[in-house]
Design a protein around this ligand. Structure first.
Ligand SMILES: *Cc1c(COP(=O)(O)O)cnc(C)c1O
Length: 419
């Protein structure tokens, strides 16, 4: 019989979102006639339709594929020049950042890239890996699958990972650790806490990485949500001296262009970024990542890449801004709604997530049940993102305006008594 990858058995049994689904379903079954519909503010998926510029570009691209003269077969595995050039110009050159087109690797979304990057990093035991707590669970689970961890303990922490606590005290941005790490995952604007990192804090991380020969895996899926980019808040890690030597940056079109269903993103791997062999020989990651892509993928579909390109057109930019304004308008309503209830509220300013402290010392799951039972609103329990998330819940601003307004009305009617 074929042996399996037993690392999968270490994963916590599909915990967070399946458990939410189970509780919501059980509630709906036992309360068929509460009269109120259940409003979901849980999963971080967009709700608004695609920007018109992307739709038109996709239609045109499909028509091209339908004619012999304009038909195209396999795309270049790391992305068409037209898209890579648009990315370089609009996301980097226009901000004075030096990234070249062949340092852009177009993919079918950045969740995949966050996991795939482990293909080109060292075998289990070679890298000490740092992740924030709370965290986007993909970073943890892909390390578990790759065998980079031991089993999980009672507190939900995996042996072998270094957890960097993100708390209200540190503004949900971890200080650089005293110990040496080789790989660190950072995500700002942050999912789940909605927090943003400032220039000084990211400078410290880049310095740490350079001093320790570490690599920062920097996830900017929510870059478009940064309110005043450029001043105190960094849009890209490449705004910092030396970052080309110590950072990979993950981008996604999911949360700005609404591409969660279309599937497209890209990863930046600068040519100066080196890792090392066990023999101590420096090796550029760029070559390994190029090889990985050309071996394991035939690239992203042509209509999708044309749609992504269209997001960089003037109309596309304007339409994205409309989407962001919509979601951030929701975030403001949710923030202020929770604040007016006297709750301690974080996030929702530079990210479409509002991170709320549960009142009266309630646990995340008790709060989840109360919100579901009393308000018929589904939130995400903070504890599902890590032990430091206990005592918090996340509300997503990805929703219709109508739903968000209704959620706030219902929350205000809640009586939140101590457990
Ligand atoms: C949504 C999200 C992504 C993007 O994933 P895609 O695969 O591009 O849809 C990446 N990182 C974080 C933290 C996210 O929340």
């Amino acid at each position: 019989m074929a042996f399996i990858n037993e690392n999968y058995l270490k994963l916590q049994a599909g915990y967070l979102f399946p458990e939410i689904g189970r509780r919501v379903e059980a509630f709906a079954k036992t309360h068929p006639s509460t009269g109120k519909r259940i409003i979901r503010c849980g999963i971080g998926d967009v709700t608004e339709p695609l920007p018109a510029a992307a739709i038109a570009a996709m239609h045109r691209a499909v028509d091209e594929l339908g004619r012999r003269e304009t038909f195209r077969g396999y795309p270049p595995p790391t992305g068409y020049e037209f898209l890579r050039n648009a990315i370089v110009k609009t996301d980097f050159a226009d901000f004075g950042l030096k990234i070249e087109a062949d340092e852009i690797f177009v993919s079918d979304g950045s969740k995949g890239d966050c996991g795939a990057i482990l293909d080109i990093l060292g075998a289990p035991g070679s890298n000490r890996i740092g992740i924030t707590d709370p965290v986007y669970p993909v970073y943890v689970d892909t390390n578990v699958m790759a065998g980079h961890t031991g089993p999980v303990n009672n507190a939900g922490a995996y042996e072998g990972l270094t957890y960097l606590p993100c708390t209200a005290e540190n503004g949900f941005v971890p200080a650089v650790p005293k110990e040496k790490l080789e790989v660190v995952y950072l995500c700002y604007p942050n999912n789940p806490t909605g927090a943003m990192i400032n220039r000084d804090q990211l400078t410290a991380w880049v310095k740490y990485a350079l001093a320790n020969d570490a690599i920062i895996l920097y996830d900017v899926a929510y870059q478009a949500y940064i309110k005043d980019p450029g001043k105190d808040l960094p849009r890209s890690i490449y705004e910092f001296d030396g970052a080309r030597r110590c950072a990979v940056e993950f981008h996604s079109f999911s949360k700005d262009g609404g591409f969660t269903g279309v599937r497209c993103g890209y990863t930046v791997v600068p040519k100066e970024l080196n890792g090392t062999t066990r023999g101590g020989e420096k090796m550029p990651l760029h070559g390994l990542w190029t090889r990985r892509w050309s071996t394991k993928s035939n690239g992203v579909s042509y209509p999708v890449q044309r749609a992504a390109e269209a997001l960089y057109s003037p109309e596309g930019r304007k339409q994205i801004k409309g989407l962001i304004d919509h979601y951030m308008g929701n975030a403001k309503i949710l923030r202020e709604g929770c604040q007016s209830m006297g709750l301690e509220v974080y996030g929702g300013v530079n990210a479409p997530y509002v991170w709320v402290a549960c009142p009266d010392g309630l646990s995340s799951w008790v709060m989840f049940d109360r919100m579901l039972e009393q308000a018929n609103v589904v939130i995400t329990p903070g504890s599902g993102f890590g032990s430091q998330g206990e005592g918090y819940f996340r509300i997503s601003a990805f929703n219709s305006r109508e739903n968000v307004e209704e959620v706030v009305q219902r929350l205000k009617a809640l009586t939140l008594q101590p457990a």
